[in-house]
Write a new protein. Structure first.
Length: 319
């Protein structure tokens, strides 16, 4: 991995592929504050131009959060093929185009039959919205789910941390994990001649689910037997400049949670269904009962609306 400490994106999107960024290594950029991450996000958001039709960004910018920075950008289906890139690639190549297509159709057929009680149609097989909606409920398909919002991506990068809060643990996702990751992918513009159709990008279609709408959902798909993860594909193609991995220290999680809460980015807004409502209630329970100020200090004290040390109040006292 190639690491920079400052942003390398000029404000003109046509200049994003510049000589300062490596073509065969993914840039890793560690931030020291949440505000720094917000700053880099705003640079790209302000640099985007929009097509008049449907207000689609050109080029599109994709964001994805992962609680473990070591995970590769691999679809759930391809990840199930093995424990590492080599074994996954071997399994995918052994299927061949026909078997790969049959596998996808079988998964989709089972999903459509169970979810909607009807037979698979030819339109379903070609409609990204069917795969996309299923992906948001755990369907193992060829799509990797992204969002158009860096802040939504940050929320999902902190998913393991949120689970810890809900249980009253208030700890990092694991003893070994010191960072979470947010990926930024610069898609192909409408006039980009390097787009050969291998890296497919999908927007939700007419059958937009509430989760997709709330999360500003986007998807990528690798339409090739010779790649299973996005990093390897872009590096081999000499287009690693399209991808940036932001490394965010888990120690910044309390402040990040506070900001996201103020932005109304929460379980009950991003997952507007019983599962999301239950997760939001569990989180509130954890925040109220775990006395997290003893673990994280001032950051969560402010987030919880508690008085700071030395002030009068009814909240739990810091030790």
């Amino acid at each position: 991995m190639f690491r920079f400490t400052t942003s390398l994106f000029p404000l003109d999107p046509t200049e994003w592929n510049n000589e300062a960024r490596p073509l065969d290594r993914v840039v890793e950029q560690e931030v020291s504050t949440i505000e720094e991450f917000f700053y880099h996000s705003s640079l790209v958001l302000s640099a985007q131009t929009y097509l008049e039709k449907d207000a689609i960004a050109d080029p599109p910018v994709f964001w994805r959060g992962q609680s473990d920075p070591s995970w590769t950008l691999c679809s759930p289906l391809e990840r199930s093929f093995g424990v590492d890139t080599a074994s996954r690639l071997k399994r995918k190549q052994s299927l061949g185009k026909d078997d790969w297509t049959r596998l996808l159709l079988r998964i989709l057929q089972d999903y459509v039959a169970d979810a909607e009680g009807r037979a698979l149609t030819a339109e379903d097989a070609l409609d990204p919205s069917v795969w996309g909606a299923g992906r948001h409920f755990g369907l193992n398909g060829p799509f990797l789910d992204w969002t158009g919002s860096p802040f939504v991506a940050l929320f999902f990068a902190l998913s393991a941390y949120y689970r810890g809060l809900s249980k009253g643990a208030g700890v990092a996702p694991s003893d070994e994990t010191t960072h979470v990751a947010v990926f930024r992918l610069i898609g192909y513009s409408s006039h980009d001649k390097s787009d050969d159709g291998t890296l497919r990008t999908h927007l939700p279609r007419a059958k937009l689910s509430p989760r997709e709408r709330a999360q500003a959902a986007l998807y990528t798909e690798l339409n090739t037997p010779d790649a299973v993860d996005l990093e390897s594909y872009l590096c081999e193609k000499g287009e690693a400049w399209r991808l940036t991995k932001f490394l965010i220290p888990i120690s910044l999680a309390p402040v990040a949670v506070r900001y996201l809460n103020l932005m109304n980015i929460r379980h009950d807004t991003l997952l507007p269904d019983p599962e999301g409502f239950a997760a939001a209630a569990n989180l509130e329970y954890g925040l109220r009962t775990a006395q997290l100020v003893q673990i994280h200090g001032r950051g969560l004290r402010v987030f919880q609306g508690l008085p700071e040390d030395g002030e009068e109040g009814h909240g739990p006292k810091a030790s």
